[in-house]
Design a protein around this ligand. Structure first.
Ligand SMILES: Cc1cc2nc3c(=O)[nH]c(=O)nc-3n(C[C@H](O)[C@H](O)[C@H](O)COP(=O)(O)OP(=O)(O)OC[C@H]3O[C@@H](n4cnc5c(N)ncnc54)[C@H](O)[C@@H]3O)c2cc1C
Length: 421
């Protein structure tokens, strides 16, 4: 219900207000609307078009889309498949993960620009009358009444907006305004790395996706069809040194680490072509307060290691919808219901963050600070390469993760849902 707000702005009353239209927020908005719950999603940007968001759709997300009957349609959108991951350590090339051991329909990671995935969810969610998406709505503050969160205040291109709701869900990412406004306590785990992202064209005959590891240099290479998405990992705070050394020196680093790109590094014309993304790992001690729940990166910021953050965010959304659609519909969400969401999702989040911390501290950081003349592969990687059936272990951990969620929230009766053809 929309009306004029007290301060001259607009006001909406709904059952659930989701702050943030990323993977967690859009999936939750879609699932709640599908279950017939009134939901408003507020997204601060005007569209979903942003470069260098994670673009990975993992096998467990493919499974969720299959359960929703939407997988074939989703895969009509532009994407390419990654079926195995190869790492080059020094001069040795090793296969370390093979997704083809997973069931046929999801034996790959789909690399799809995130805006296609979010647009797809938004298109389907809009077909449900109980769904509303407000773009360019920047959540600034929480409305608190009688010791509980009763809604949010946002600024929009149209002026101020108040959304009053039985439940506010903070899905506004790792710099979450919602969690900060709510005063939820953050446990900072720390990350000793940052990442430069860039793209360089791809040519026939280039090798497959994976990584290039050498003493002092760590690159991840993602095949995006006609271009490479490249991540260059640096020690935290070292970006100024890299910038100070100049772009020609940076191109030289790329060409040395990835010789097949040596002729193409000139495509990095200015520093605008090389984006710095800061990495953090943290988590909330408690994900909820009366009237409020945080999920996805807002509850637990994930490092890019393993490319699992989107997957975890979506799994949080599926679990939240499974556990809360009924209490929301009955107008009776209690603290215990919110606690159940944290209880369900905390273990997978902790195990995944533990893995990311181990990988960044024991593998990535020693490699990027190494001054040894050359590196040889660790025995664990050699073992994976030697015995291919072992490659399903990292493939399952990355692709499916810990405690995968399945859609249990219902689909609203067909007459209530006018999904666009
Ligand atoms: C360098 C880097 C690379 C990464 N690469 C990958 C990868 O390849 N694969 C992978 O799975 N994960 C990757 N991750 C992790 C991944 O990006 C996150 O874990 C994931 O995006 C979390 O999803 P989310 O929906 O919780 O939050 P987000 O994706 O951050 O979405 C939050 C949304 O909320 C909106 N928002 C923010 N503030 C407000 C506000 N005040 N009001 C309204 N809206 C707001 C934002 O615009 C955004 O749309 C990477 C992370 C980093 C740092």
């Amino acid at each position: 219900m929309t009306s004029a707000g007290g301060n001259g702005g607009k006001s909406i009353t709904t059952t659930c207000c989701v702050a943030g239209g990323g993977p967690a927020g859009m999936m939750l908005g879609f699932l709640l609307a599908r279950a017939g719950v009134d939901v408003v999603v507020l997204e601060k940007h005007a569209d979903f078009l942003r470069d260098f968001r994670g673009d990975t759709i993992h096998p467990s997300t493919l499974k969720v889309m299959e359960e929703l009957g939407l997988l074939d349609e989703l895969l009509q959108r532009p994407h390419n498949d990654i079926r195995r991951l190869q790492v080059m350590v020094g001069e040795t090339s090793l296969t370390v993960a093979n997704f083809s051991f997973l069931p046929r329909h999801r034996a790959f990671v789909a690399m799809m620009p995130q805006w296609h995935f979010l647009d797809f969810l938004a298109d389907h969610a809009r077909g449900y009358p109980s769904f509303q998406l407000v773009m360019q709505a920047d959540v600034a503050d929480l409305i608190e009444e009688g010791g509980r969160v009763a809604g949010v205040r946002a600024t929009t291109s149209d002026g101020s907006l108040e959304v009053r709701a039985d439940l506010v869900v903070g899905a506004d990412g790792r710099k979450s305004t919602v969690r900060e406004s709510a005063g939820l306590e953050i446990e900072d785990i720390g990350a000793p790395i940052d990442v430069f992202w860039m793209r360089i064209s791809r040519a026939p005959g280039d090798p497959g996706s994976g990584g290039r590891v050498n003493a002092g240099s760590f690159f991840a290479t993602l095949d995006r069809g006609d271009y490479w998405q490249l991540a260059y990992v640096i020690p935290k705070g070292a970006s100024e040194l890299v910038h100070a050394a100049g772009l020609p020196a940076f191109r030289e680093i790329v060409a040395r680490a990835l010789p097949f790109l040596a002729e193409r590094v000139g495509e990095l014309k200015t520093w605008d072509d090389v984006k710095l993304l800061t990495v953090r790992i943290d988590r909330l001690r408690q994900w909820y307060r009366p009237g409020l729940l945080c999920i996805g990166d807002a509850a637990h910021a994930m490092s890019p290691i393993g490319g699992v953050g989107i997957n975890l965010a979506i799994q949080d959304a599926v679990a939240t919808a499974n556990l809360l659609w009924k209490p929301l519909k009955d107008g009776a969400v209690q603290g215990d219901d919110l606690a159940r969401v944290q209880k369900r999702r905390e273990f997978p989040m902790r195990v995944t963050q533990r893995f990311q911390v181990l990988a960044q501290n024991r593998i990535v950081q020693p490699v990027i600070s190494s001054t040894a003349p050359s590196l040889s592969p660790p025995w664990a990687l050699k073992l994976l390469d030697r015995f291919p059936w072992l490659q399903q272990i990292p493939a399952r951990f990355i692709g499916i993760g810990v405690r995968p969620e399945h859609v249990q929230s219902p689909a609203a009766a067909p007459e209530a849902a006018k999904v666009r053809a």
